[in-house]
Structures are given as structure tokens and as C-alpha cells.
Design a protein around this ligand. Structure first.
Ligand SMILES: Cc1ncc(COP(=O)(O)O)c(C=O)c1O
Length: 397
């Protein structure tokens, strides 16, 4: 059977390839420290599991409205008002089967063929694949050490053209862990308003901020920004519910309506009982208690991995959010592992895997001289993994 041009254009996932190899090695009984996971290594809290069981017992097993049940939309609207200073009506909210799905439907609802979308490098590759698939064109805004790997006003201005439709902002960021301050968001908002550029604000890591960093939604910067931003979020990372597949977005009413309509023809409603369980995640204080404990543990690991990398003299972007460290591998490029040259992040990740450490190549984020280390592993594994990287370096010719 022949695949379509669109089907052929979708890039294979570098992430999945490395993860599959690491899994196969583990199955063979080899010791592998996997810094690859894109999900918290905590169980979903018991009170949420109980809520799902109750929903099943109560027969909440049928179709629901495609854009989500009223109870959950209300709970999300309350959350957005209380935590993010964003006043939305339930009609502004569309619940989905994951933030990834919300992103796809959001791009589909606003992009015309040839519209340009600004991505801030390093960026999550899913944005690029979805945008390309939907006929949009990715335009890459650069960041560097000097800008703290954040989008500056000048760089934003530089990449804007008459075809620019929107900017994708991801704070806290996967893979860099950078978190934008209110002042930085104001700068971005100023440029966006000047040029009439919309913002897709992916806030899935909002609860995982450390060392005094604060998550602020760009939609809360001004009424204008609220009217020109689609806020994307979900329960995956906040409540360790990655497998439950519940995400959501908040958007101006006409956009939310279009997305709801589209969703009714694609995914239809998100899982009924997962929606009911998610209501419990948002109401009451048990959810916040769980998040506080998870955040504290991640912060300890963040400090441990940064200290271990500092000990080895490795360069990395100081993470203030999410659960990733983006490490520079310039010093490894051009060296040889068992006679094979390391020419980029994929070669590096493959060679390192042979020494029992799995990492995600930076190529997956448009940064081939970096690797991503997820510290969703124990402190003992963090120590062992970094020790193995240092040992691996000594074997290079
Ligand atoms: C930046 C970013 N946005 C969105 C998602 C998707 O989350 P969900 O599980 O809700 O689809 C991820 C998951 O890895 C992510 O890293």
C-alpha cells in the first residue's frame, strides 16, 4: 500500500528508537540507567484512582460531550481563575485526550496553508511535526547562552514576517527547563501585539518550577493577550496521569467552538471515567498536596543531577522547571567510540547506550550538540548514570 505524501513526511521518532533499544537491553538483563522518560516516575495518587473506580461503578462509561463534561470544564475554569488569574467561561474550555491532542486541534483550528509558526529553539519536536502535517511552516527563533536560552524581543522581531500566524511558547520548557519571568513575557507580548501574532502557550509543566521560579501564563499579561492566546495544559505531568490521556485548552469562544467541532469528528470525547477522575484532581486540596511532594522530590533530584554534572565539568542549561537537564556535548563531538566517530547527538546517544546510559539526542529538539537527561529516576540512578557518562568519556579516542 502507498502512503500519502503527508504520511511519508512524518519523521520517525528518535526518542522512541533509543527508548526501544534501552528496553531491549534491559530485557536481556543488562544494567541501563534510562534518562529518557518523559513522565514522572510516581504513581497516580490513590484518591484519583478511587475517583475513577467510583465513576466506573456509577456507570460513567458512555459517550460524553466531545469537548468534555461540564463538571470538568467548571473545575478547569475555577483552576485557571484561582491559579493563573485567567477568567474563562466553560464555553472557552475544550477537554481533550491529552495536551498533545489539544495542540494538534489548536493548530488545525488557526492555521491556513503556508502560515508561519515561530518555534523557539530548542523546541519539542511534536510541535514541528504537527505544524508541518497541517500545512504550516515552522520558522525557528534562535536562543543562546547570552539570552538564557529564551526568546528575546529582538529575535522575535527578526523572525516575524507578514505570514507569521503564531508563536509557540513552552514555559517551563521541554527540553531546556527554562521558565520565563513576567518581564520576559511582557516583552514577548508586546511584540506579539504589535504584529498581531497569536500565542499557543503550552503550560503542561506549570507545577514543576523550582528555586523561586514562578509559572506565569502569558495569557494573563493583558486582556489583549488573553484574547489572542490558546492556553494548553493537562493532568499528565501535574498529577502523574500520563496514561489517562486528559488534556485541555482555553481559548476565545469562537476558537474553542471550532476546536470542539473538529474534535467531535476526530477523537470524539476523551475517556469518560478519566474525565470524572480528573475533576477530583482539581477540586479539594489533595491534588495540591500530591504536587507539593512530587515537586520537592524532583527538586532534590534536580540539585543532585546538577551537582553531579558540575563535578564532571559538564556544561548544561540550568533547569528551573520541568524534569529535564539539557547537556552540551560539544566536547564529545569528533571523538571516537570503538573506532566509530561521534558526529552528533544520535551517535553520542547510541555509543553511550552501549555503556549502559540511555539519553535523548538533542537532534529531537533541533539542537544536535545537546542531549536531554530526564531526572525522573532515583537519586542512586542519577549518581550511577553520570558516573557512567564520565567513564564513557575516558574510553573515547
Ligand atoms: C512540552 C510538552 N507538551 C505537551 C506534552 C503532552 O502531554 P500529554 O500527555 O497531555 O499529551 C508533552 C509530553 O511529553 C510535553 O513535553
Amino acid at each position: 500500500m502507498q502512503t500519502s505524501e503527508k504520511g511519508r513526511a512524518i519523521a520517525p521518532s528518535v526518542t522512541l528508537e533509543i527508548s526501544a533499544k534501552a528496553k531491549a537491553m534491559k530485557a536481556e538483563g543488562k544494567s541501563v540507567v534510562a534518562f529518557t522518560a518523559g513522565e514522572p516516575d510516581f504513581n497516580t495518587p490513590e484518591f484519583i484512582i478511587e475517583a475513577a473506580k467510583r465513576a466506573l461503578d456509577d456507570g460513567k462509561t458512555k459517550y460524553t460531550p466531545a469537548s468534555g463534561i461540564a463538571e470538568l470544564k467548571n473545575a478547569i475554569a475555577d483552576k485557571l481563575e484561582k491559579e493563573n488569574g485567567l477568567k474563562y467561561k466553560p464555553s472557552n474550555i475544550v477537554v481533550s485526550d491529552g495536551a498533545k491532542s489539544s495542540l494538534f486541534h489548536a493548530f488545525a483550528a488557526i492555521l491556513n496553508d503556508g502560515d508561519e509558526v515561530v518555534l523557539i529553539a530548542p523546541y519539542w519536536i511534536t510541535y514541528a511535526e504537527q505544524i508541518k502535517f497541517l500545512g504550516g511552516k515552522c520558522v525557528i527563533a534562535k536562543t543562546d547562552k547570552k539570552s538564557g536560552y529564551k526568546l528575546t524581543k529582538a529575535e522575535f522581531e527578526r523572525v516575524i514576517t507578514p505570514k507569521t500566524k503564531c508563536l509557540v511558547l513552552n514555559s517551563p520548557c521541554n527540553p531546556t527547563g527554562v521558565v520565563y519571568t513576567k518581564e520576559e513575557l511582557k516583552d514577548i507580548a508586546e511584540v506579539a501585539e504589535k504584529h498581531g501574532v497569536y500565542v499557543i502557550s503550552d503550560e503542561v509543566y506549570e507545577k514543576l518550577v523550582f528555586g523561586g521560579a514562578e509559572h506565569i501564563s502569558i495569557a494573563s499579561i493583558s486582556e489583549y493577550m488573553k484574547e489572542h492566546t490558546i492556553v494548553i495544559n493537562g493532568v499528565s505531568k501535574s498529577f502523574s496521569m500520563t496514561g489517562w490521556r486528559i488534556g485541555y485548552l482555553a481559548a476565545p469562544e469562537e476558537v474553542a467552538k471550532a476546536i470542539g467541532n473538529l474534535q467531535s469528528h476526530t477523537t470524539s470525547n476523551p475517556c469518560s471515567f478519566a474525565q470524572y477522575a480528573s475533576v477530583d484532581a482539581f477540586v479539594g486540596d489533595e491534588g495540591e498536596k500530591f504536587i507539593a511532594e512530587m515537586r520537592e522530590e524532583f527538586d532534590c533530584r534536580r540539585k543532585a543531577i546538577c551537582a553531579a554534572l558540575d563535578n564532571c565539568g559538564y556544561e548544561y542549561i540550568k533547569p528551573m522547571g520541568a524534569f529535564y537537564v539539557f547537556m552540551n556535548i560539544d566536547r564529545f563531538i569528533g571523538k571516537k567510540y570503538n573506532g566509530v566517530a561521534i558526529n552528533g547527538s544520535v551517535d553520542f546517544a547510541n555509543a553511550l547506550l552501549s555503556e549502559g546510559v540511555a539519553v535523548i539526542p538533542g537532534l529531537a529538539f533541533g539542537a544536535d550538540n545537546f542531549i536531554r537527561l530526564a531526572y525522573a529516576v532515583s537519586k542512586a540512578d542519577i549518581a550511577l548514570g553520570i558516573e557512567r557518562i564520565a567513564k564513557f568519556e575516558k574510553t573515547l579516542g
